[in-house]
Design a protein around this ligand. Sequence first.
Ligand SMILES: Cc1cc2nc3c(=O)[nH]c(=O)nc-3n(C[C@H](O)[C@H](O)[C@H](O)COP(=O)(O)OP(=O)(O)OC[C@H]3O[C@@H](n4cnc5c(N)ncnc54)[C@H](O)[C@@H]3O)c2cc1C
Length: 487
Amino acid sequence: MVKRSVGQVANRPHNASTGRIEIVSYDLIVIGSGPGGYSAAIRAGQYGLKTALVEKQARLGGTCLLVGCIPTKALLQTADVWQRFVHCDQEGIRCENPRLDYPKVKERKDSIVGKHSKGVEMLLKRAKVERIAGYATLRGGGKVEVTSEAGAQTLDARNIIVATGSEARMLPGLAPDPEFILSNVEILNLTAVPKSLVIIGAGAVGVEFASIFKRFGADVTVIEMLPRVVPVEDEDVSKELERCFRKQKIRVETGARAENIRKTGSGVALALTTRDAKREELEAEKLLVAVGRKPNTEAIGLENTRARLDRGFILVDAHQQTAEPGVYAIGDVVAGTPQLAHVATREGMIAVAHMAGKPAVPINRNRIPGCTYTEPGIGSVGLTEAQARAQGRAIKVGRFPFAGNSRATILGHHEGFVKVVADERYGEILGVHIIGPEGYELIAEAVAAMEAEATVDTMMQAIHAHPTLYEAVGEAFNAVYGLAINA
Ligand SMILES: Cc1cc2nc3c(=O)[nH]c(=O)nc-3n(C[C@H](O)[C@H](O)[C@H](O)COP(=O)(O)OP(=O)(O)OC[C@H]3O[C@@H](n4cnc5c(N)ncnc54)[C@H](O)[C@@H]3O)c2cc1C
């Protein structure tokens, strides 16, 4: 580590004997310890770069680990187990009066988060990444100022990665509070299952919380302004999820508006205008706002650099470089790639490889899997049928229902299907869309196939073990040519 002495600046640590401030130089400073930032810092350590990671929160892991992917999936897992208890008589198991101990459910979720946050700390240490606690601000010219209760210090680096992530967008005039109007942060801190829950927004976050709390016994309403739930998915997937949600007695209002949202003292009230213009007053114990994520790019000193923004998101080139030399951006702050943990991680790998002079393959936006862990689960990659048609491609579509898959019947989850969108002429796989049991796991086969540039014919030859859920994926590839056996 190189230590440079420059003129003393008030409020910054300085060398007591010389009276001069010390600026510590690194090969790389990463700002933010989410899946983008911590993975990038570890990879930089593996490449032998002198690396520091700055995090403003006490715990490491970012949105994904602390208030996103991991705690929601922990709750979804328990919701699944609970449902199996409630309906265990179908499997010939008698279970008298099963009780849900929600504080214990929360405790388990919190301990999973705590364990993995410690794990990140350990991994950073092992990669010799220096952890610096505090709030980072870019000062231009490779400098990063870090402020904390201990004071302020200036770090300096050849490269900087901005991985400051995102936070929940709220509706105008609404602010989250721990009791009634909730974002993903507050809802994860509830200590009891609410009797009723209204969720505004039917993207991945909204529908996952609907799937959690409905199964835990809440009366759940989902309100979405757009015409369908999970609007980024293939239209058939949206239709199937909406159908399954209605069957599970989740009220779904698409093409609808929620207005005049207010706290009542014991809960929340709002005016709902449905798709067919009917107006209704709705009341619920809690309201979750899940209308998207705002990039954390506002107060981090980007104005001191030449980095350019598009509606708050940072513009980057194929190697994650911003317009400021040596400053990279990855993850939820980046314009043009989906806000997903695995995207943040991959972008971090690209940025670090590029700065270390290693081969860096730019991200292929068409090969990013998207997963939603509802019941039934969703996994998708590549073009939807509508997108492929809009591009004027001549396509063939293969579809196989889980109703024809014996493993799905054994598991008691046979809703949904696998849909393959393929190029008609050469059998190129353009997209795969799964909704059904463990759809979020099954999509891995399609991602690998597309990455290896396998065709539909190759995948028809791949032997799928029996009885497995992923036989349904094999059958869907066969269905492209009308050759599925079990449907
Ligand atoms: C409820 C929910 C569920 C989700 N589920 C999934 C899922 O199942 N799968 C999936 O792929 N994605 C999921 N996501 C999205 C995923 O969490 C994000 O895409 C991912 O966390 C983005 O990673 P990141 O590294 O860009 O930023 P983040 O994870 O947001 O981390 C950014 C970090 O930077 C820190 N920071 C910010 N500003 C500063 C500063 N100035 N100085 C120092 N530190 C700073 C923050 O404290 C934070 O720790 C979910 C999100 C939510 C909200």
